[in-house]
Ligand binder design. Sequence first.
Ligand SMILES: *[C@@H]1O[C@H](CO)[C@@H](O)[C@H](O)[C@H]1NC(C)=O
Length: 206
Amino acid sequence: LLGVDVLNELTTFPRIIKTHLPVQFLPKSFWEQNSKIIYVARNAKDSAVSYFHFDRMNKVQPEPGSWESFLQRFMEGKMVFGSWYEHVRGWWEKKQTCSNILYLFYEDLIEDTEQELVRICSFLGLSPTTELKKQVTEKVQFDNMKNNKMVNGSADEVFDLKISPFMRKGRVGDWNNHFTVQQDEQFNEDYKKKMKNTDLQFRTVL
Ligand SMILES: *[C@@H]1O[C@H](CO)[C@@H](O)[C@H](O)[C@H]1NC(C)=O
């Protein structure tokens, strides 16, 4: 989300497409066009929490049920956009052979927005002025986006913002307020199995 907004602010690209699709579902024609792809991955624990609250407030997503049962389904990969584990790994592996993919981490965007903005610009071959970079960095800070009706979900009828805001907290590590000690242990053990044989590393705290 942050990533796309950075792009919208920076450029008047002919077409920007935002998608949650796993890598294997992009049509062949898409790859033939040589489009540039910016993928933003977020650590599994915060993704699960975020997704849970999103399903609670989004009237067209399935009911999440209890946090406990939702977390089990997250681990089983029974989510609308498939398994988180396969999603992040699929794009990571694709990136190894495809130079048109910039793989970003949500945690880095939160920690150092400007640095990531510089990487995005360089990937897209853009050289914005220092002033424009400053403006964009400011505009995409979470609190500013939360108060921007163009992106904060207030215009979207499928959202019930009384249940949970679309832009909730935007922090790294909020999972800590949701996972019990036992859930955390079970999750970590399962995570190790699913994420072995990959050098893809996430930060769950900053
Ligand atoms: C969305 O932005 C509008 C306009 O700035 C603001 O009035 C509203 O409270 C925001 N909604 C949420 C849920 O933060």
